[in-house]
Design a protein around this ligand. Structure first.
Ligand SMILES: NC(=O)c1ccc[n+]([C@@H]2O[C@H](COP(=O)([O-])OP(=O)(O)OC[C@H]3O[C@@H](n4cnc5c(N)ncnc54)[C@H](O)[C@@H]3O)[C@@H](O)[C@H]2O)c1
Length: 259
C-alpha cells in the first residue's frame, strides 16, 4: 500500500545523494514531489526521470524561499536535506583553531540558515490545513564533536535543537504539524567521493572509514529514504520533536566501552 498518496512533498538538495533517494521513494509511495536544488541540470534530470517537478532553490537565499512560497503555497511534507561539509572545493582547515570566520559562516549559511528558512516556509505552507511533517536532515555529527569539521558539527547540532523548537511551537499553536530530525552516519553518496577517490586503495579506504561502525559498512541512501518515508506518513502522526539515528550502531556504544 502506498503511504504518501495525495501528499505534496518539497525536498531540498534533491538533485543527488540522500535527497534524490528520498524524492524517488516519496514518488513510489504515491506523493507529488517537488525536487529543489541549486544544481539545475541534475535536479531537472532527476525530476523528469521520476515524474516530479523541479524548482531551483538555494536554501540559503531568503528570496528563493519567497519565490517558492508563491509557486508552492501549500505543502504536506518538507524535507530540509540540502547540506554542505565545507570541503566541497578542496581541503581547508575546519578545526576550531584555524577555521576562518568566512568558512565557518558559509557552512552555517547553507546548513543552519537553510533549515531555519525551510522550516519557516513549511510552517506557512502547512498551517492552512493545520497538519504536516517537517523532516530535517541533521547528522551523527550533530550529536558528537568532530574536531576537523567543527562548523559542520555545530550546524548539525543546531538543526537537531531547532527541530525540537519547531515541533513545540507548532504543537503550542494547536497544529498537527510535526517536526523531527534524522541523524545519518556514513552514507555512501557523492559527498564522500573526494575522500574515497577511485584509486586501487578505494576499498581499503572505505573499510577504514567504517572500521569503528558495528555493522562494518556504509549505509545506503535508500535506507535513509525509508526513515524519511516513515516520518512523512500519517502512521507517525504522534511522533514529533524526536530524533532518529541511522548509523550502523555507531552511537550505541563507545570506543571506551569494555569489549
Ligand atoms: N552522506 C553522508 O554520509 C551524510 C551523513 C550525515 C548527514 N548527511 C546529510 O545529508 C544531507 C544530504 O547529503 P548527501 O550525502 O546526499 O550530499 P550530496 O553532496 O551528495 O548532495 C547534496 C545536494 O545538496 C545540494 N546543495 C548544496 N548546497 C545547496 C544549497 N545552498 N541550496 C540547495 N541545494 C544545495 C547539492 O547540489 C547536492 O545536490 C546533507 O544535509 C548532509 O549533511 C549526509
Amino acid at each position: 500500500m502506498q503511504k504518501l498518496t495525495g501528499k505534496l512533498c518539497v525536498i531540498t538538495g534533491a538533485a543527488r545523494g540522500i535527497g534524490a533517494a528520498i524524492a524517488r521513494r516519496f514518488q513510489q509511495e504515491g506523493a507529488s514531489v517537488v525536487v529543489t536544488d541549486i544544481d539545475e541540470q541534475a535536479g531537472a534530470a532527476l525530476a523528469s526521470d521520476i515524474g516530479a517537478r523541479f524548482i531551483r532553490l538555494d536554501v540559503a537565499s531568503e528570496a528563493d524561499w519567497a519565490a517558492l512560497q508563491k509557486e508552492v503555497p501549500a505543502a504536506d511534507v518538507v524535507v530540509n536535506n540540502a547540506g554542505i561539509t565545507g570541503f566541497e572545493h578542496g581541503p581547508v582547515p575546519h578545526d576550531p583553531e584555524h577555521a576562518t570566520l568566512e568558512d565557518w559562516r558559509a557552512v552555517h549559511r547553507v546548513n543552519l540558515d537553510g533549515t531555519f528558512l525551510g522550516c519557516r516556509y513549511a510552517i506557512g505552507a502547512m498551517k492552512g490545513k493545520g497538519t504536516g511533517s517537517i523532516i530535517n536532515i541533521s547528522s551523527r555529527s550533530g550529536l558528537v564533536g568532530i574536531p576537523l569539521a567543527a562548523a559542520y558539527a555545530s550546524s548539525k547540532a543546531a538543526i537537531r535543537n531547532h527541530s525540537k523548537s519547531v515541533a513545540l511551537y507548532c504543537a503550542q499553536q494547536g497544529w498537527q504539524i510535526r517536526c523531527n530530525s534524522i541523524h545519518p552516519a556514513a552514507i555512501l553518496t557523492p559527498m564522500w567521493e573526494t575522500m574515497l577517490g577511485d584509486g586501487p586503495d578505494r576499498a581499503e579506504r572505505m573499510a577504514a572509514m567504517v572500521a569503528d561502525t558495528p555493522l562494518k559498512r556504509f549505509g545506503t541512501v535508500e535506507e535513509v529514504a525509508a526513515i524519511a518515508a516513515m516520518l512523512a506518513a500519517d502512521d507517525c502522526a504522534y511522533v514529533t520533536g524526536s530524533e532518529f539515528n541511522i548509523d550502523g550502531g555507531l552511537l550505541a556504544g563507545s570506543a571506551a566501552s569494555p569489549g
